[in-house]
Design a protein. Structure first.
Lengths: 489, 477
């Protein structure tokens, strides 16, 4: 019969594994990450899914676990990911981890080939012989197999050393069955960031989370509030981080957490291939993640000088390592933003920002005098002077109505960019914007048109000002870039 | 033991249901006249017809309407078999439809796996058994997991094949492992009809008796040819024939279903009206872009008239080709703008790229900004991107030299030309052919000429990349 330990509860981050540009484990960055999270957590998990365990060899995994143990120094328990696809490797790594001094091992369901439930059960039976506390790990999104409740119940209650289960499925009916069968006897951990509060509120003992790399303090608040019976506070914080964690969870978590940490000043490199920047964690996700981290106070402001030639303006913005500290070249800046889904309501914004006295201001004046009415061009703002250009000819009343929604979204993006400092008040009379907004002729969901155009414009403004994408990114992604309309249906 | 019927083989179109407007709803009534026209159009090249199938929007039809479709079918079919679609979620309703079909004189009832609620295998068996034993009409089972969310289990089919009047099964899954399993277990007892247009040839080669297809009202003669070729053992020719209609078949199966078939028929001068709501004519399951693709494929098959376009690639001195940008040879000289030109590709895939580059402070900067306000109708400029949110640098506009008359032509520019141009630019930046110090301060405009009848996206992308590379080389070296 498994047992419940007193240490396996609370908030455990599933740590990312930092890699150097040469693709080695980055020990220094890993130690820094640990120092960053340790004040807020009840334990740590090296070599979990977010830690890209499946992209590391056994020796590398040992190295990561060893660094983790050394840095943590018994401050909190270390629950090491030791799951492999074969029983042989899993037993070997778990036995090594026991000797190394971990508190327990998190063991994923054997993956790729899909063993039957009794083969999975026997896998955990073999691990039980080692004598190290074992946490079963259900993550059907990646492993391809979803524990049945009877597998989980058997593994948890039949074996002496199983102390709990981590369920990352987000499948609350499954978790309900776990509460019914094993609650109180072993620990039940939630591993899906989008349902943390729901699971804790229903009785889960803790959470192992990818997003706890980024916001361990907030998860600690959710956990503590729940323990104290203050469900309202727990719910409020879950709602505040919901969009952030949806972005993290839905795109594989590892690259998202790494880019988020970089924005917060903790550089942990990129994920290993085949995970690539701008891949599952899309460019628009990166912009949204940044905005979410800003709103939670996780990205610092920094002073930036806008050098307009005729005058210099000092502003301060939420800065990432890629935010230039001086921004010049105001003749004309080009930015682009893209936001969806859904397909029919996606927004694609081409943006120009430049001096009123330059090409942008002159083009606005000339177009309004010439073909403004015929093409439905419209100045939607005077500060900064902003021309909205529909890129699809408006033929129907529906299109006209949805262009209003798009205009509202564009306007909101500019207002919020003024508020957050990217478009400081002091330059609003000097600059002009041309915003080309694409609204698909088949679009119908008004709210999505407005919101996607808000997002695309807000992203485009920042990208234009910060000079993104950078040339290095373009070169790196030249071969793998996939234009959605490049291929036949 | 069931017996096969002799007629269940060959080509059967799953007919669309034409609608016309009543008081307010444009699809409130069945357009009987259009239905007759459709049947007459298809009849010479088919072995029978199927009314109110999935393509015929059966879940949106009333019992009376379905009965009427069968009656018209029999009147028009000239003695060829008429299979009545009798699909319903409940056994009671499906049975009522089958009784109607029998009364009207249909040749068989096509009955789909019960859907929405998920009955057990026992319930599914009982559904078909109850209907088959209550009517005196051949029954064709119908597997279409794409819309029903479940397969008709092989073991259930095995048992149903023993019911005397179960004579066939239509398999629209396109899953050949399923088809082969059925042929193995019930092929001797009932006839299998393939219902997935993309796998007709492999299914015929595997041993099915014929086909019930959406596309068999658009190009039935192609399917008849394939049957003849397979029977004659001419595999290579059969493959080539299937390949000719592969893309259009894929569109019908996966990118719009009956709505796409109606769009195709309309282009062939057979207006079947709109679909019933919530389906949309276009802009829902059938995208505008896909509709443009349908026309192109019909043109290739000779089913829709080709609109020939007279055009020529730009000629004359390169420095005089940027008039649309109000850039004259004198301005090029005065502001030291760089120009270059390149061509690549053969026949329809031949493209031309004329490129101009210069500082943002020059008249080219003004031209760039002005183009973003769309002065050239149907020749709207696009920011060059590798993919959405990956804008190339130096910032470059792609300006088509020919008007985009339809979405398909526009599509050749948006995707293929845009990504080909983007790759050539990033290549040049990486190789430092475009000087690094100019990247922030300059802009480029590429005038791109693509044949209005171009149709191969892959070749166009490669041609544009090659032509742009030449143009950049000339402009910067």
């Amino acid at each position: 019969m498994g047992y419940k330990t007193d240490w396996f509860k609370g908030i455990f981050p599933a740590l990312v594994t930092p890699f150097t540009p040469d693709d080695d484990v980055d020990e220094k960055a890993f130690r820094r990450l640990l120092q960053f999270v340790l004040p807020h957590v009840d334990g740590v998990v090296p070599c979990g899914t977010t830690g890209e365990f499946s992209y590391m060899g056994l020796e590398e995994r040992k190295k990561v676990i060893a660094i983790c143990l050394d840095e943590v120094k018994d401050e909190v328990p270390v629950l090491a990911g030791t799951g492999c696809t074969t029983t042989r490797d899993t037993v070997a790594l778990t036995a090594w981890a026991k000797e190394a001094g971990v508190s327990g091992a998190l063991v994923v369901a054997p993956y790729f080939l899909k063993p039957s439930f009794n083969e999975v059960y026997d896998h955990f039976g073999a691990l039980d012989q080692i004598g190290l506390p074992i946490v079963m790990y259900n993550i059907p999104q990646c492993a391809g197999t979803h524990f049945k409740w009877w597998t989980a119940e058997g593994g948890l209650l039949d074996f002496e050393n199983t102390i709990g289960i981590k369920d990352s499925s987000g499948d609350l009916p499954f978790m309900g069955a776990l509460f019914e069968k094993v609650k109180g006897k072993v620990s039940i951990f939630v591993g899906h960031d989008e349902v943390v509060q729901a699971a804790l509120g229903a009785g889960a003992d803790g959470a192992i989370l990818a997003s706890a790399n980024l916001i361990p303090d907030i998860w600690q608040r959710v956990y503590r509030a729940t323990q104290e019976g203050d469900l309202a506070t727990a719910q409020e914080w879950q709602q505040r981080v919901q969009r952030l964690v949806r972005i993290v969870v839905r795109c594989g978590a590892n690259q998202a957490c790494k880019e988020g940490l970089r924005m917060m000043g903790v550089d942990v490199g990129d994920s290993r291939h085949p995970i690539v920047p701008g891949g599952a964690f899309r460019r628009e996700d990166r912009e949204e993640l940044r905005l979410q981290l800003e709103s939670l106070g996780k990205i610092d402001r920094a002073p930036v000088t806008y050098d307009l030639g005729t005058k210099q303006v000092l502003t301060d913005v939420f800065a990432t390592p890629h935010t230039p500290r001086t921004i010049d070249g105001w003749t004309m800046k080009v930015g682009e933003g893209f936001a969806g889904p859904p397909f029919q309501e996606l927004a694609h914004v081409d943006l120009l920002i430049g001096l009123k006295e330059g090409p942008v201001g002159r083009a606005i004046d000339r177009s309004l005098a010439g073909w403004g009415e015929e093409r439905n061009l419209r100045v939607i703002k005077e500060q900064p002077r902003t021309l909205l250009v529909p890129t699809v000819t408006i033929r129907t009343a529906m299109q006209r109505r949805l262009m209003e929604e798009a205009a509202a979204g564009v306007g909101l993006a500019i207002d919020l960019s003024i508020e957050d400092g990217f478009l400081p008040e002091a330059i609003l009379d000097d600059i002009a914007l041309i915003v080309n907004a694409f609204v698909h002729p088949a679009a119908s969901i008004a709210r999505r048109v407005a919101f996607n155009n808000y997002k695309a414009t807000r992203h485009a403004i920042r990208k234009a000002l910060e000079g993104r994408p950078r040339v290095e990114e373009l070169i790196a992604e030249k071969a793998s870039a996939r234009h959605p309309f490049r291929y036949a249906p | 033991m069931s017996t096969k019927v002799s007629w269940l083989k060959g080509v059967f179109p799953a007919l669309v249901t034409p609608f016309r407007g009543g008081t307010e709803d444009p699809a409130s009534l069945i357009d009987e006249k259009a239905y007759r026209r459709l049947i007459r159009h298809a009849l010479p090249n088919v072995d029978g017809i199927v009314t109110s199938g999935t393509t015929g929007e059966f879940p949106y039809l009333t019992r009376e309407e379905q009965r009427r479709l069968v009656e018209i079918g029999i009147e028009e079919a000239g003695g060829k078999p008429v299979v009545a679609g009798c699909g319903a979620s409940s056994t009671k309703e499906a049975l009522a439809l089958a009784r109607d079909a029998q009364d009207s004189g249909a040749s068989a009832a096509l009955i789909v796996t019960p859907y929405f609620l998920h009955p057990s295998d026992k319930g599914v068996y009982q559904h078909f058994y109850d209907i088959a034993t209550a009517v005196d009409l051949p029954i064709i089972l119908y597997n279409i997991p794409q819309v029903m969310d479940r397969y008709l289990p092989r073991t259930v089919v095995e048992d149903l094949a023993d019911v005397p009047n179960v004579v066939g099964l239509k398999d629209s899954s396109g899953n050949l492992t399923y088809t082969m399993e059925l042929l193995e277990y019930v092929g001797d007892r009932i006839d299998l009809m393939v219902g997935h247009d993309e796998v007709v040839l492999p299914a015929l080669a595997g041993g099915v008796s014929g086909m019930i297809l959406a596309s068999a009202q658009v190009y039935p003669e192609v399917w008849q040819t394939i049957i003849r070729l397979v029977e004659a053992g001419k595999v290579e020719e059969a493959r080539a024939t299937q390949r000719r209609v592969q893309k259009l078949s894929r569109i019908f199966c996966r990118h719009g279903g009956g709505v796409a078939v109606k769009a195709a028929l309309k282009m062939m001068d057979l207006d079947m009206g709109p679909p019933r709501k919530p389906l949309k004519n276009v802009g829902g399951a059938l995208l505008h872009e896909t509709r443009a693709e349908i026309r192109l494929e019909l043109e290739k098959l000779g089913k829709a008239p080709i609109t020939a376009t007279a055009f020529e690639y730009p000629v004359g001195p390169l420095s005089e080709r940027f008039g649309d940008l109000e850039i004259t040879p004198e301005l090029i000289e005065e502001h030291r703008l760089s120009v270059g030109s390149g061509e690549a590709g053969e026949s329809l895939n031949k493209v031309g790229v004329d490129l101009i580059a210069g500082g943002k402070e020059t008249p080219l900067g003004d031209a760039y900004a002005l183009q973003m306000t769309y002065p050239l109708h149907r020749r709207e400029a696009l920011t060059t991107i590798l993919e959405p949110a990956l804008t190339v640098r130096p910032a470059t506009l792609l300006l088509p030299t020919l008007p985009q008359k339809n979405l398909r032509q526009a599509n050749m520019v948006y995707g293929p030309a845009q990504s080909g141009l983007a790759r050539a630019i990033v290549d040049a930046v990486e190789a430092e052919r475009i000087p690094a110090e100019t990247i922030n301060d300059s802009v480029m405009v590429a005038l791109v000429t693509i044949h209005p009848s171009a149709l191969d996206r892959n070749k166009i992308a490669k041609s544009v990349q090659a032509a742009a590379a030449k143009a950049i080389e000339q402009a910067f070296c």
